[in-house]
Write a protein that binds this ligand. Structure first.
Ligand code: ADP
Ligand code: ZN
Length: 742
């Protein structure tokens, strides 16, 4: 008997962008060079061809497996840097979504398809002397003269403005007078629509830091210089001047030869920060966020990949930016819920940033005036460093806050109005003195319910278990979860009565009330209905900054990070909108929103005032926000989390099973829970039970909550249970460290 030498086939591990799928193994045809880790390859998947990413260039071929061949290797060099591949693999495991989905987030959209979509442009270069051809005609002469003054050449399209057309250039090149090269054309995302807003004149270089700022900066510089993993909470009250600290710290880190990544919750809402970095560091800054066109994003991504930038400012997916020598990551407004992606992979940008800093042995600064309980608890336990800034710059006082008890207000006036008398008076005062007011109501639409006066029935979404919101301008009722919309019915669908009424105030009605009461005031509204069009929010915010708006009305969008020095009054209508939600973070979100919005008042030279209308003036989150007292809120809220065993006291995973039939969803969830339980010792498993929003887009939703100390145990138990029932995969959502559980 002869034994053939055991020669394994050359195999490659590839992550493909299919939810929940583990890495796949493909055969490398013998004449194909080994693709490096991080390179993109085209592989067959079922009947399709997809672009995947190499995660293991020399994988072990599983025995007896019929491997399919890699079709093509797109990149000879790694497309994703090593560290980004590692980070994505970490995300795939931690969030139980598999590597493919995680890798897909790290690759810009335009590069996920086949090939690569560079836009090219032509540069015209002078030819080193020696050409004996002489220029012909005035246009060629003008071209050569221009090039004499531009040793790096000029773009062909810029010559057109001087009347030197493409044909002139082409003939000059053919005659050997000039040289042409094609280069990648990078669109500047700061050009055009974003420019006015993104480059504020306010950045003043070299101004003197306050004592608190210099102390904070010194502590952070020391942490950065350690060149090892350092997570630090920068807890600075609103208006304490955190931006200036980021800038100086960034400058220090760049000077030490390393790169800086700055994450912001939503670019449209924090354009100022991107603008300030751009003003300070110019071309060294790249931005990455979903508001850019695919082309712009692609160009910026490649600039980063080439090592042409020192700073990246972006939203959560920028945490995967292809930087290779990060020395500092700043997570601005780290408490913000928009860092968490609400579709697979359900990663939290802040938490991934911490892991990335760990991989890069870098400093990560989590900054906020209202830190998340998770981050504050980590700082309290000493796992994170803590740097505090307790005062506003130039000793500007925090706004004076007044609570208005709306139960008394309604009893006293009997009026069905959204605005209390103190708030009306305060706005009048601002209008008279030419100062700006900001009025927050965290609920869009005109009325929140439409009901029948005869039988009491409310209009509900036919696809979701929620009531429909009345939008007056659109003359429709709309579901805020699935976007279903219809004309307001004339009669009640239940009893046929024609007396349909609406109740509950949203921002649209609030704006109408303000217009009625203050007819000559310039009023603008910001919510998801008014800023649908690209750039709309930028325009409104710029108008506020210019002083062209007297009253800005809006949802939580107006509460975030903006620095409007002329705003001296902040009004909050219905501070308790979020308190009624069946979500363990309801109080935390309310506290953060109120504190942040109150922090928008009095950032300029004139002191600020805030008026908070509420039905629960005694609630601790309202009280603590009014006093701008984080410590008291934190202590109370931690007490609640401990008593109820909620994060950050434990780790939590929310498993949601969906089905068109409630019974089927319940049964599948029960089976899943039964498979998870024996594999997860020490883990509390709650449910299955219908979710707070029991039906969404025609599917019932049943939840299982897992609470435990070790995420790994929970993750592995869930993965194993799903491994036994792969058919359930499509109907199951696994949310590790959920931010919203309704
Ligand atoms: P935060 O992000 O902490 O809420 P900002 O960074 O927006 O605060 O700063 C608040 C305001 O104070 C801004 O208008 C900023 O330009 C200004 N500012 C910051 N640092 C200084 C300083 N050292 N001297 C004067 N003004 C400052
Ligand atoms: Zn709906």
């Amino acid at each position: 008997m002869t034994f053939l030498p055991n020669r394994a086939e050359p195999a490659v591990g590839v992550a493909v962008p299919v939810p929940g799928l583990g890495p796949l193994t493909y055969r490398r045809p013998p004449d194909m060079p080994i693709p490096p880790r991080g390179a993109r390859v085209v592989v067959p998947l079922g009947t399709r061809r997809v672009v995947g990413c190499v995660i293991d260039p020399a994988a072990d071929a599983p025995p007896d497996a019929e491997l399919r061949d890699i079709i093509a290797v797109i990149d000879a060099e790694p497309f994703l840097p090593e560290q980004v591949v590692d980070l994505a693999l970490w995300v795939g495991e931690y969030y139980v979504c598999g590597p493919g989905d995680a890798i897909a987030v790290a690759i810009p959209p335009s590069a996920r398809g086949e090939g690569d979509a560079f836009r090219l442009r032509t540069r015209v270069l002078p030819v080193a002397s020696g050409s004996d051809a002489a220029p012909r005609g005035p246009k060629q002469r003008a071209l050569l003269e221009k090039l004499q003054r531009a040793p790096d050449g000029v773009l062909q399209r810029e010559l057109a403005a001087d009347g030197i057309g493409a044909d002139v250039v082409r003939r000059a090149a053919a005659a050997g007078l000039v040289r042409l090269i094609e280069e990648v054309d990078e669109r500047d995302p700061f050009a055009g629509r974003e420019r006015g807003w993104a480059a504020p004149a306010r950045y003043e270089d070299g101004r003197e830091l306050t004592t608190e700022q210099s102390d904070a900066l010194a502590a952070l510089i020391e942490a950065a210089d350690a060149r090892t993993f350092r997570p630090v909470l920068l807890h600075g009250v609103t208006g304490s001047g955190k931006t200036e600290v980021y800038l100086r710290l960034a400058r220090h880190v760049i000077a030490s030869g390393r790169q800086v990544l700055v994450l912001v919750p939503e670019i449209a809402l924090t354009p100022a920060l991107a603008g300030v970095f751009r003003a300070a560091f110019g071309e060294q800054v790249a931005v990455q966020h979903s508001g850019l066109s695919d082309g712009e994003r692609h160009d910026q991504w490649h600039r980063i990949r080439r090592g042409a930038v020192s700073v990246v400012v972006g939203t959560r997916s920028a945490v995967f930016a292809p930087l290779t020598s990060i020395g500092l990551i700043v997570v601005d407004e780290e408490h913000d819920g928009s860092y968490k992606q609400d579709e697979t992979p359900r990663y939290h940008g802040r938490d991934v940033a911490v892991v990335r800093a760990q991989m890069a042995r870098a400093l990560v600064v989590l900054a906020s005036a209202t830190p998340s309980l998770e981050t504050a608890a980590n700082a309290e336990a000493g796992r994170y460093g803590l740097v505090r800034m307790n005062r506003r710059v130039l000793d500007r006082p925090l706004a004076d806050v007044r609570l208005v008890d709306m139960r008394r207000e309604i009893a006293a006036t009997g009026a069905e109005t959204a605005l209390s008398r103190p708030l009306i008076e305060a706005i009048e005062h601002r209008l008279a003195s030419g100062e700006q007011s900001l009025v927050l109501l965290n609920r869009r639409g005109f009325a929140t319910v439409v009901f029948c006066r005869a039988c009491g029935a409310t209009l509900e979404c036919p696809h979701c278990s929620v009531t429909l919101t009345y939008h007056r301008a659109a003359r429709r009722v709309r579901c805020h979860y699935c976007n279903y919309a219809v004309h307001v019915p004339r009669v009640c669908g239940e009893c046929g009565d024609q007396y349909l009424e609406h109740a509950g105030v949203g921002t649209e009605r609030l704006e109408a009330e303000l217009r009625e009461r203050f007819p000559s005031a310039r009023i603008a509204r910001v919510d998801r209905d008014t800023i649908r069009r690209r750039g709309a929010i930028t325009r409104v915010l710029a108008a506020v900054a210019r002083g062209d708006v007297d009253i800005l009305v809006g949802t939580q969008m107006i509460a975030k990070g903006h620095d409007f020095p002329a705003v001296t009054l902040v009004g909050v209508v219905a501070a308790d909108v979020g308190l009624g939600l069946p979500d363990f973070r309801a109080a935390e979100r309310t506290f953060q929103l109120l504190t942040q919005v109150v922090g928008r008042a009095g950032r300029g030279e004139t002191a600020g005032e805030a008026i908070i209308q509420t039905l629960y003036p005694e609630h601790y989150s309202v009280q603590a926000a009014a006093a701008q007292d984080y410590a008291t809120f934190y202590a109370r809220e931690m007490e609640f989390r401990r008593a109820m065993i909620y994060p950050p006291v434990v780790a939590m995973v929310n498993v949601v099973v969906r089905d068109r039939e409630l019974d089927a969803a319940m049964a599948a969830a029960a089976e899943l829970a039964a498979r998870i339980r024996p594999r997860a010792p020490g883990v509390r498993i709650l449910g299955p039970a219908p979710a707070a929003i029991a039906r969404l887009r025609d599917e019932y939703r049943v939840q299982i909550f897992l609470k435990g100390r070790q995420r790994r145990v929970m993750r592995e138990a869930i993965a194993a249970a799903l491994g036994e029932r792969p058919d359930l995969r499509r109907r199951v959502t696994v949310d590790v460290d959920p931010v919203s559980v309704i």
